[in-house]
Design a protein around this ligand. Structure first.
Ligand SMILES: [Zn+2]
Ligand SMILES: [Zn+2]
Length: 339
């Protein structure tokens, strides 16, 4: 089969590789759509993956072509994929908090992922797609579940005011879910024209769109989602949180964070609740983030596919990765699609 193989930092090649071998309980999935995650860019160009050679890509959907046993209920099914393979033995796994597993495997960063014609996936990680959910939508299940995980840790009522700092995929998806839940005051901070357009189509009012963090600073919010991961935005998140407000750190940090004393005081005096969020909950068959997202998708009240700005064939997906690395064009979601 053909795949995009990462051999070393910055050395990704489109080449012929053997079909993945199936272990017991695993299925072979024909990849139909695979999104490029923001985290793939440093993985491919700056830090490398956990092992090389590796096929990256952890946001994908497809169809089960065969299973190890050959007689599984999954044969032929259209599926979305939870990319984390938990150890099953650590304390978090025993509590079914798999997103915090201490020794997990991960499709697309620790073992081969979705930038290939086929990928091997444990059946436990498969989610059947309803007929009205497209492969493109299902390739966005992972970032949507990450967004939902950040939101669902709180009971955010409709009259709360919320600010989302940073309008990459996750920031936009958080806004999308809050609007879908009927939260009236959702403000966003974004600095690209494409982001403004998407915010508008999510129903965010023009006056609630700030192009820089300073102009949001005049207001106070019950919830602030920090989706950038920079020192400047962390400080501003503390500034704009209302007394007794919540700050949720979502963005992966670019560098060390340094909080000046007068800003630190505000956490105390405003009695802020500061939370982190990581990954998403998945328990296969229950009320987890993934099933919550799939339900919204099948009911048609969210349209994440509108965030896809660039589509490529598998052979050309590196062009999209280069755009994300060099920021030569505005983008939200870059996706590799099997026609
Ligand atoms: Zn991702
Ligand atoms: Zn574990």
């Amino acid at each position: 089969m053909k795949a995009q193989v990462l051999h070393d930092i910055g050395d990704i090649r489109y080449e012929e590789v053997p079909l993945p071998e199936l272990k017991e309980g695993w299925a072979l999935v024909k990849v139909m759509a695979a999104g490029v995650c923001g985290s793939d860019i440093p993985r491919i160009y700056r830090t490398g993956a956990h092992v090389h050679p590796l096929i990256p890509g952890h946001e994908f959907s497809g169809q089960v072509i065969k299973t190890f046993s050959g007689e599984s209920v999954w044969d032929g099914k259209r599926v979305g994929v939870f990319p984390l393979i938990p150890c099953g033995e650590c304390d978090c796994c025993r509590k079914h908090l798999y997103e915090m597993c201490s020794s997990y495997n991960y499709l697309g960063s620790r073992c081969d992922g979705g930038f290939a014609e086929f990928v091997a996936v444990p059946e436990w990680n498969l989610m059947e797609l309803p007929d009205n959910v497209s492969y493109r939508q299902a390739a966005m299940l992972e970032p949507m579940a990450v967004a939902v995980h950040a939101v669902r840790q709180f009971v955010i009522d409709r009259d709360s005011s919320v600010c989302i700092i940073g309008l990459g995929t996750i920031g936009l998806l958080i806004s999308m879910f809050l609007k879908a839940e009927g939260v009236k005051r959702v403000c966003v901070v974004g600095n690209k024209e494409a982001q403004r357009k998407h915010a508008g189509s999510l129903g965010i009012h023009a006056e609630d769109y700030y192009t820089d963090i300073q102009s949001a600073g005049k207001h106070r919010f019950d919830y602030v989602f920090e989706c950038v991961g920079k020192n400047e935005t962390l400080i501003q998140a503390i500034n704009i949180a209302a007394p007794a407000g919540h700050i949720i750190f979502v963005g992966n940090p670019y560098s060390d964070m340094d909080i000046p004393k007068d800003i630190y005081w505000k956490i105390l005096r405003k009695q802020l609740k500061v939370s982190g969020t990581w990954n998403s909950s998945y328990q296969a068959d229950s009320d987890d983030d993934w099933h919550y997202v799939l339900k919204h998708l099948s009911e048609g009240d969210i349209h994440p596919e509108e965030l896809i700005t660039h589509e490529y064939a598998l052979s050309d997906i590196v062009k999209g990765m280069d755009i994300m690395r060099d920021k030569t064009e505005d983008y939200v979601k870059v996706m590799c699609v099997n026609p």
